[in-house]
Design a binder for this molecule. Structure first.
Ligand code: ADP
Ligand code: MG
Length: 694
């Protein structure tokens, strides 16, 4: 592989970014674009035409022949439809053309994307509109234009549109608070997101031999490997040469696309790794994370590897998640979750902290729902990822501050009485970058919150929409109250103290994996939604609908449509998994066990004839036969149960969770037992030790 000698030169070299725009656009066009992204002023067609022309010229110089509106339908992955720049100009000649209209608006055939009933089949059209706040880029000979995707009637059909709405909304409300603290310079608040991405790499040839991996992304069967992750010898261990070559290649491709890939290391489980980018604005972070996931998969193929993004590819070793690091910053570069140096800055920090605590407490169910999926059900609450109960970890120092405000005592010096917000200075709160409490779903890590519940394969859009929206709501309430106050300082003191007191139940610094916490959380009245089936009824509660419609993040129709798509995806995934299980049992697992049984039976006959002991064979045959019979019956039961899926989506989700999942688990136990009893040369697919310790 080539050596990367000049990272700054290759970084972003395939992106039509701000520097490139400055170089290639006429000054007035550049200014118009800048205005558009800063203030939301629409672009005139003439400006769009100039940008399109410059983009096309730049892209064709890079070898692009096509362009595509790139969007994020509610499948959770990205979609693209490529058109060539080709335009016939007569006499069999062509030109490369690309107009402002083509840049700004597209009309992909949308009928096959999930719409949750928003788009009647007679009106199958969907439209894409350029998102000028996210940069276009060249990849695979095409110019990629990030776009929003919506229906004929203007309803959002994608994951980007509501994210952009939520970014604006939290910005508006946060600015109101800043003005109260005398900040007159900040114009916009930027949602900052840094998603850490976990993944598995396994050899391609082994992957190809496993129907479950190919069809469902995870192993539905597999006896445990004699060695797992108990020696902790993989975490941060030396990276295998083959993997290291892959990571280098991946980084280079991502850097070219302007993705700030920064950290790479081995994770806890064997064959598991992590990539962390440097955080950026939420919209770019979301686009980038989609690219990261896509390129991780594509790049693996080149190295004869397969990248698994499933939340739980292997039973018995850790699954993969995505840590969503979240903060709010001013356009002037101030992090609003950073405890400041002066009493005034501290007071402002405490207001944002209080808003976060109140919002998470009040909308814990929605936050939980945004991370619910069939894949993530295997992680949350399984004593390896955060529990399914939402709580916030603050750390000792910040906890002491919150406690002292609640109790009206000074955190350092009880003699001094109440800690006066805006007058007293906070103790130093260390910026903690270590995972002090890995069991917390939402940990404060010095100047940001780390939301650790996300599944590795999911778009980060949903959780950030929720975080932005709840922040917008609480900041709006606070701003209303403080703007109306006669004495700002005493109103502030009262507000922060009251908020901490009323919502302290959501703060928990202990071990989230313990049974004690489950009971304690129940006493505190926190919701515990262990599975997607449990989450779904909470999703479209009146409280959530009121919140999202008030802030114009979703219309009620849009919100309900998302719920339908979410629950349908869960049901479909489980259906595919169940069918794949049956297929593998009937066509691979049972036949293998039966063939080996037959081999043993013949061996017994032969040995009997010459009067030799067949103790091992006889006892193996007994166990194999009993287990094969049991597996046969369990598979029949699974098949029969699959024939009575309730028709409503909500009932079906419960049924999948309560009936089908246990059926599959039971069948798996028996199949894995058979695997452990059968001669390896008879076994139809690679084992866990083959896959994890290649
Ligand atoms: P660690 O790597 O130890 O978990 P870091 O603080 O280095 O902790 O960051 C983890 C992730 O959080 C990275 O993607 C980083 O860019 C991101 N991050 C750091 N600061 C912020 C912030 N203020 N807002 C959002 N994300 C952040
Ligand atoms: Mg982390």
């Amino acid at each position: 592989m080539s050596q990367i000698t000049n990272l700054p030169a290759i970084f972003g070299s395939d992106v039509f970014n701000e520097t490139t725009m400055k170089e290639r656009l006429a000054p007035e066009v550049y200014i118009a674009w800048k205005n558009c992204i800063q203030t939301g002023t629409p672009l005139e067609l003439s400006v769009a035409n100039s940008i399109a022309e410059a983009m096309k010229k730049w892209a064709t110089e890079k070898g692009a022949t096509h362009y595509t509106h790139w969007f994020q339908p509610m499948t959770g992955i990205t979609a693209e439809k490529h058109d060539s720049f080709l335009t016939p100009i007569g006499e069999g000649k062509v030109m490369m053309e690309f107009s402002g209209k083509e840049l700004v608006r597209g009309e992909p055939d949308a009928s096959s994307f999930p719409s949750g009933g928003l788009r009647a089949t007679f009106e199958a059209r969907g439209y894409t509109a350029w998102d000028p706040t996210s940069f276009a880029f060249v990849k695979d000979d095409s110019l990629f234009i990030p776009t929003c995707f919506f229906s004929y009637t203007g309803e959002a059909l994608d994951k980007k549109t509501p994210l952009l709405r939520s970014i604006d909304e939290v910005s508006r409300e946060a600015i109101r608070i800043l003005r109260l603290f005398g900040d007159t310079t900040a114009k916009r608040i930027i949602t900052c997101v840094g998603p850490e991405q976990e993944y598995f790499l396994i050899p391609r040839d082994l992957y190809a031999q496993r129907e479950d991996l190919r069809l469902t992304g995870r192993t539905l069967f597999g006896a445990p490997s004699p060695k797992g992750q108990e020696l902790d010898d993989h975490y941060f261990g030396t990276i295998r040469t083959r993997v290291s070559a892959y990571m280098k290649d991946l980084d280079e491709q991502l850097w070219r696309l302007g993705v700030l890939s920064k950290t790479k290391h081995n994770e806890a489980a064997p064959a598991q790794h992590e990539l962390a980018p440097i955080y950026t604005d939420a919209n770019s972070a979301c686009d980038s994370n989609q690219l990261v996931m896509e390129i991780m998969k594509k790049c693996a193929a080149k190295h004869n590897l397969v990248c698994l993004l499933h939340e739980k590819p292997f039973e018995g070793v850790n699954g993969s998640g995505k840590h969503n690091n979240y903060s709010l910053a001013t356009d002037t570069g101030k992090n609003l979750f950073s405890p400041g140096k002066t009493p005034r800055q501290n007071a402002q920090f405490l207001v944002f902290l209080a808003a976060f605590i109140k919002g998470v407490d009040e909308y814990q169910e929605w936050l939980r729902c945004t991370t619910a999926s069939a894949g993530n059900d295997h992680r949350l609450g399984a004593a390896e990822a955060p529990p399914a109960i939402i709580s916030i970890f603050l750390g000792d120092e910040l906890n002491a501050v919150v406690e002292s405000i609640i109790s009206g005592s000074n955190y350092t010096d009880p003699e001094k009485g109440v800690m006066r917000i805006g007058v007293d200075v906070l103790p130093a709160i260390p910026k903690d970058t270590t995972d002090r409490n890995r069991t917390s779903p939402l940990a404060f890590t010095g100047n940001k919150f780390e939301f650790r519940m996300l599944g590795s394969s999911q778009s980060v859009s949903g959780p950030n929409i929720a975080l932005n929206t709840i922040m917008a709501e609480e900041l709006a309430q606070f701003a209303d109250e403080l703007e109306a106050a006669e004495d700002f300082d005493s109103a502030l003191q009262e507000l922060v103290c009251r908020t901490f007191t009323e919502h302290k139940r959501i703060i928990f610094d202990g071990n989230g994996y313990s049974e004690d916490w489950t009971q304690e959380a129940a006493r505190r009245g926190l919701s515990n939604l262990p599975s997607t089936a449990d989450c779904m009824p909470e999703y479209v509660s009146q409280k959530n609908i009121d919140l999202v419609t008030k802030h114009h993040i979703f219309t009620e129709n849009e919100f309900r449509a998302r719920f339908e798509i979410h629950i349908e995806a869960y049901n479909k995934v489980l259906n595919i998994e169940a069918l794949t299980s049956i297929d593998m049992i009937r066509h691979q697992i049972l036949p293998a066990a039966l063939k080996y049984t037959e081999h043993l039976a013949r061996s017994i006959q032969t040995k009997d004839a010459i009067g030799v002991s067949c103790h091992a064979e006889r006892s193996l045959i007994q166990r194999l036969s009993a287990s094969s019979d049991a597996l046969y019956d369990l598979c029949e039961k699974l098949d029969a149960d699959l024939r009575s899926i309730p028709s409503s989506n909500t009932d079906a989700a419960k049924y999948y969770h309560n009936v089908i999942v246990p059926d599959m688990d039971n069948a798996r136990r028996e199949a894995d037992l058979l695997e452990s009893l059968t001669d390896k040369s008879y076994w139809p697919y690679p084992t866990y030790s083959d896959l994890l310790f290649y």
